[in-house]
Design a protein around this ligand. Sequence first.
Ligand SMILES: Nc1nc2c(ncn2[C@@H]2O[C@H](COP(=O)(O)O[C@H]3[C@@H](O)[C@H](n4cnc5c(=O)[nH]c(N)nc54)O[C@@H]3COP(=O)(O)O)[C@@H](O)[C@H]2O)c(=O)[nH]1
Length: 783
Amino acid sequence: MLSLFTTVMLQNPKDLRLQACLIILFVCSLLTGLLVAVAEVFPGTLLPEHLGLSREGARMAFLAASTVTAVVASYVLIMGRSLLSLHRIQAQELSTAEQRFRSLFSQSPDAVFGFDKDGYYTSLNPVAQAIVGLGESDLGVTHYRDVLTDEAMDEAGFARFDKGFRNAAAGRTQTFEVGFVNQHGERRDYECAFLPIVVDAGVEGVFAIVKDVTKRLQAQENQRILQRSLESSDNAVVVVDIRSTNLPVVFVNPAFSQMTGYHESEVIGAPVKLLTGPETDAEDLARIRQAAKAGQPVSLTLKSYRRDGTPFWNQVSLAPVRDEQQQVTHVAAIMNDISEKKEQERRLAYQATHDVLTGLANRALFEDRLAHDFALAKRHQQQLAVLFIDLDEFKPINDTLGHKIGDELLISVAQRLTAAIRPTDTLARLGGDEFVLLLPDLGSSHEAEEVAERILGELSQPHLLGGHELYISASIGISTLCKDLERPEKLLQQADMAMYKAKKQGRDTYEIYSRDLDKKLARRVNLRNELQEAMTSGQLNLHYQPLVDRSGSFCGLEALVRWNHPRKGLIAPAEFIPVAEETGQIVHLGKWVTRQACRDAQKLVARGMLAGRMAVNLSPLQFHRPGFLSTLRSILEETGLPARYLELELTESILMKDSDGAIGILNALNDMGIAAAIDDFGTGFSSFSYLRHLPVDKIKIDRSFVSNVVTNDKDAAVCKGVITLAREMDLTVVAEGIENADQFEYLRDYGCEVFQGYHFARPMPIGQLLEWVEKTAGDRSGK
Ligand SMILES: Nc1nc2c(ncn2[C@@H]2O[C@H](COP(=O)(O)O[C@H]3[C@@H](O)[C@H](n4cnc5c(=O)[nH]c(N)nc54)O[C@@H]3COP(=O)(O)O)[C@@H](O)[C@H]2O)c(=O)[nH]1
């Protein structure tokens, strides 16, 4: 019992009530024990009478006292034992709590600093030690001021720390963020919570829980930068959550609102499909869905819709956004309204495929459609036709009434042609007054003829333009698909050939392509290649035809080119000159003729044998070519022929084209001393009025009038008229194609001054010419 008392007393030194209780009990039990002992050892000494009790009462009292003592002793014993075990439990709990607290302190991922009220470190957990580099030895001796030096923390940071500490020490919890350069020299950001350490209602120190928030702040900073960038971006950005089936929008930037008209509050949470509409390509949407599913980026242009329902071309780049488990959770889309660019592209594409004046397809588009319809017709064994439509006499209208009326006429023609065809047909303008029509899926080739007739009928109706009532016609060439035709462009060539035939047949008609035409074309193509070789291998030479005056004396020469083909023999210029003109070879050929003619003329001059001038024929392409005059100058210089011996023969068509430009060139020729003559006069659209503006010296009456002058009154009238006109205008008039004496005398009687024709001499090589000149000069002088 004593030992129990001692243990309880020692283990609860501070529990005064327990101790007092125990002492009273101890004393009571001692007294009881003493009484029992006295009564036993000295029987009779302690008599009940002494206590005023009867013997039975005393026995009862004794028994009661003994019982009470025993009960109390048992109780005390039990209580003591309980208290002892309670004490053990409490001690155990205290130890556990302290360990828990220790764990919290030492295992905390955040730094925990303990300070006394003055700011000296009292405890540091491992994280705290790692930050400031302090240890056990610093506790109680190192102040936070020693650690938070100017190098480690800026002034504002320190002020926040210091204030926070003082407030916490005054019992107020504080939180703030501060930057600090740790013991490794790294500047980190920390979030500090200062908590007063309150013991028995008094603050005895401060705990600081310090969390490294560098990464979080960095992430916040990045987020802020990103947010700002997105806000200030010109590109619309929209982010969609793809985890929800209705694909809600979770973010849009201001550019998105500007582009689509949707306010942020209207779209956040709304399904992204609100940007689509009836013309949004379903395939594009499927591509987007597929890419999002596969976590692939995708870029495409799709038709999207603004809030007001207007569509726009949206060039959109979509990128998947993944979470930390690499699962695609969102899709970020950068949108660009490229409607303007698309419109520009459309305009350019339109311009590249259409004729600006009439709005019809151009050659490129026609060829494209031709290739397409050709392949279809071949596959399905359908009939197909191409119509080549060339307006008759369009050029004179353009030249005389001006380009504005000419353009209006072309537009009117385009409208009439469009009205005469089916929507599935393709009508194109190739340029100038040339139109082509593609008729796919025909029942028979006769249908193409019906269309041609309808077109001729439509075009023949008067066109009322700018106060003029214009009547025009067209020549149409038709080609149709045949089995062995392999290339679609062949159809166009064939229709072109047939059109030429229609022209030759008197215009205002149509002609169907036949193989016979093809042969002619092949011959032309051949001729063209051979002519190229002829020019370089000396197959060309010049013949000269003399001109005579009224007395029959030699008074000039005309140079005429001849082609002596090694296999085909002599090829007439009427055959190859048009080919050379078509291909542009005439420029090279004309230069050669002029140079050779000047060279031979100079030989004649040197021998005193050239009477009058050497005339050289010019083609329109040569005359209007830049550098024409300088080429002439260099030929004269090279050959040494004085300019006064050279004459150029031009046709009326040369002078009609760009008459102002032609007059300028003629004046320049005049200044150089070179004469000009109008060849084939009367065959073109001779307007006598233009003649007075032309600085020409000579006109040559065309052979077609001369040949019948004796027998045909009308031809005679033309010849007379031209001779009179020439005389009035002080021009020399030449009658060409004189084949007999009657013609010569007839025209001489009308007053013609110069003559040319087989009657006097045929064109001949230079050697023969020299003989001819000598001979005629001898004949005249009577030798
Ligand atoms: N641009 C160039 N054109 C040229 C050149 N050389 C000739 N030509 C032109 O070719 C056409 C045909 O010429 P050609 O076959 O030489 O015929 C000329 C004469 O031979 C022919 N002529 C002359 N007199 C008579 C005759 O009495 N009867 C008859 N049936 N024919 C005759 O006339 C042609 C000359 O005509 P022209 O030039 O109009 O004076 C012809 O258009 C040539 O111009 C060349 O180098 N460049």
